[in-house]
Design a protein around this ligand. Sequence first.
Ligand SMILES: NC(=O)c1ccc[n+]([C@@H]2O[C@H](COP(=O)([O-])OP(=O)(O)OC[C@H]3O[C@@H](n4cnc5c(N)ncnc54)[C@H](OP(=O)(O)O)[C@@H]3O)[C@@H](O)[C@H]2O)c1
Length: 344
Amino acid sequence: MTLLIYGAYGYTGELIAEEAVDRGVDTVVAGRDAVETEHLAERLGCEGRPFDVDAAAENLDDVDTCLNCAGPFVDTYEPLVDACLDTGTDYLDITGELAVFEAIAARDREAETAGVCLLPGVGFDVVPTDCVAGHLHDRLPEATELRLGFDPDGGLSAGTLRSVIEHAGAGGRVRRDGEIVDVPTAHRSRRIDFGRGERNAVAIPWGDVSTAYYTTGIENVEVYAAMPKSVERALRVGRPAAPLLDVGPVKRTLQSLADVAVSGPSERRRERGACYVWGEATDGETTVTTRLETPETYAVTVDAATTAARRILDGDQEGFHTPASALTPEFVLDLDGVEGFRDE
Ligand SMILES: NC(=O)c1ccc[n+]([C@@H]2O[C@H](COP(=O)([O-])OP(=O)(O)OC[C@H]3O[C@@H](n4cnc5c(N)ncnc54)[C@H](OP(=O)(O)O)[C@@H]3O)[C@@H](O)[C@H]2O)c1
C-alpha cells in the first residue's frame, strides 16, 4: 500500500514525510519543484515524483492514498481531488480552510460512486476539535448547539495568528440552523476555561464551523480561540492586517514568533509546546463539556496526518468524511501525548 505525499518539501509536508518513512509506510514524496522533490527523496531513501497539480491523474494511478500538504489548499485541492476520483485514490489533506471543507463535502456522492475516501483536515485543524465534537455528540445526541475552542500554550502560533488577521477583514462565520452564515468579526466573546483557568476567548471563522456539522449533525456551531482583550478589540473595530500589527500584544506575539513565521516552529518548540482544547454541547436543558490537552499544534499535525493516512491506507471508507466520522472520536486519544477526554 503506497502513500503519496504532495507538497512534501514544504515545512509541514517534510515533517510528515519523515514520520511516514520512519513508521515504515511505503512513501512517495511529490511536489511541483523537481529539484526539491528529488533532494528530499534522496534524503529519505524513497521515491520522488515531481509534478504539477494539473498533471496529478497520470501520477496517482499506482498509489493508494494521496496526502496533500500543499497549501493554500484553495489552490491545490481541486485538481488533486479530481485526479483521486479519476484514479480511485483516497484523498487526505491538512487544510483548515472552511471553503475547502465545504467544497470537498459537496463531492460526497461522487466519492461514494468512485469508491474513494475524501478526508480533509487531518492536522491540528481539525482533528482534536472534531473529535471533541464527536465525543460530545455521543454523550448528548439530542444537542442543538455546539461550541468548540482552543488555547495554545504561548499564544496563537504565527500561522494561526496570520490566518485570524488575514480573515479579520472578511468577517466571522458561524453555523446557524445548519447554514454557514456571515457575522461581524469577533462578534462574540466569553470567558472559557480551556483546561488551565479562565481565559478571554473570541469567536473565529474556523474549519470546524464546516466539519463539526458533518460529524455531529448539530446545526448551530461556533468556534473560539483564546486571545487577549486588546486583540479582540482591534479585530472588532475592523482593523485587519497592517493596523492590527501595531496593537501591542499582537506585535509582541508576532515578534516573538518571527522565526516561526518564516520556517515553522523549532524542534524544541514542537517538543515543549502544548494546546488546550475545549468543547461544550447543549440541548437547552442539559450541557456537557469536555477538554483535551495536546502537544504543540504542529507536532499534533504530523502525528495525526501520518496516523490517519495509515488508517485510511488499511481501511475501506468511502465518500466524504471528517476525521471523527472516518476514524471515530477516540482517534485523537491514540495520538502521542494527548490527554482527555476530561468530561463534565
Ligand atoms: N491543519 C493544520 O493544523 C495545519 C498545520 C500546519 C500547516 N497547515 C497548512 O498546511 C499548508 C502548508 O504549510 P507549511 O507550513 O508546510 O507551508 P510551506 O512550508 O510554505 O509549504 C507549502 C508547500 O505547498 C506547496 N505549494 C503551495 N502552493 C502550491 C501550488 N499551487 N501547487 C503546488 N504546490 C504548492 C509549496 O511548494 P513550492 O515551494 O514549490 O511553492 C510547498 O511545498 C498551509 O496551508 C498551512 O496553513 C495546516
